[in-house]
Design a binder for this molecule. Structure first.
Ligand SMILES: [Zn+2]
Length: 188
């Protein structure tokens, strides 16, 4: 229970519930979970190229020849990569930073997977770096930092659009989102 409570999104209450469920369902939940965790320890590793997590190295995304090798989509965490893959909006390569710049928490460029991104950006195959970072202050300052770093290279640096979400009603949007949508308006 103490270990589970350390996981994000699981406080002491929900970890107690989870443990009770596991103990009650020994055969169909506890044993398969223990086995899956054991396998994860042995098999899952960080991809040396992009920072994704996979059972093969380089990861199945990096090794996929059907993907557009001219575009690298930069994300903060592996979860963001999974989100983009689930939405299947892009068939390109990725680069996982492992977080965002946060000087107050002691996270500078050296703590993130940035140096390798610059190396990858210099490859002749790569034409565009899309900074798909979170629309937070930290995410956007990380994007600016990387964009500055890539100034001297031949790649086009782009970022995700910001503004009105699909199905969003203007009345419900926060001021920041409305302002971003205004700034990013397009001709019809
Ligand atoms: Zn990879």
């Amino acid at each position: 229970m103490q270990l589970l409570a350390r996981l994000p999104g699981l406080g002491p209450r929900s970890s107690r519930k989870a443990v009770l469920a596991l103990l009650k369902r020994r055969n169909d939940l506890l044993l398969p979970l223990a086995d899956a965790l054991q396998q994860a320890i042995v098999k899952i590793a960080e991809c040396p190229q992009c920072g994704n997590l996979d059972t093969v190295s380089p990861c199945s995304v990096c090794a996929d020849p059907r993907r557009d090798a001219s575009l690298i989509v930069v994300v903060e965490e592996v979860g963001d990569l999974w989100a983009l893959e689930r939405a299947s909006v892009v068939s390109a390569h990725y680069h996982v930073l492992g977080g965002h710049l946060s000087p107050l928490d002691g996270i500078g460029p050296e703590q993130l997977n940035i140096a390798k991104l610059v190396t990858r950006a210099k490859s002749p195959d790569v034409k565009e770096i899309l900074l798909a970072l979170n629309a937070t202050v930290e995410g956007q300052s990380t994007a600016h930092y990387i964009s500055d770093l890539l100034q001297g290279t031949d790649v086009t640096v782009s970022r995700l659009a910001q503004g009105v979400p699909i199905g969003g009603e203007l009345d419900y949007l926060d001021d920041g989102t409305l302002a971003a949508a205004f700034k990013a308006r397009r001709k019809l």
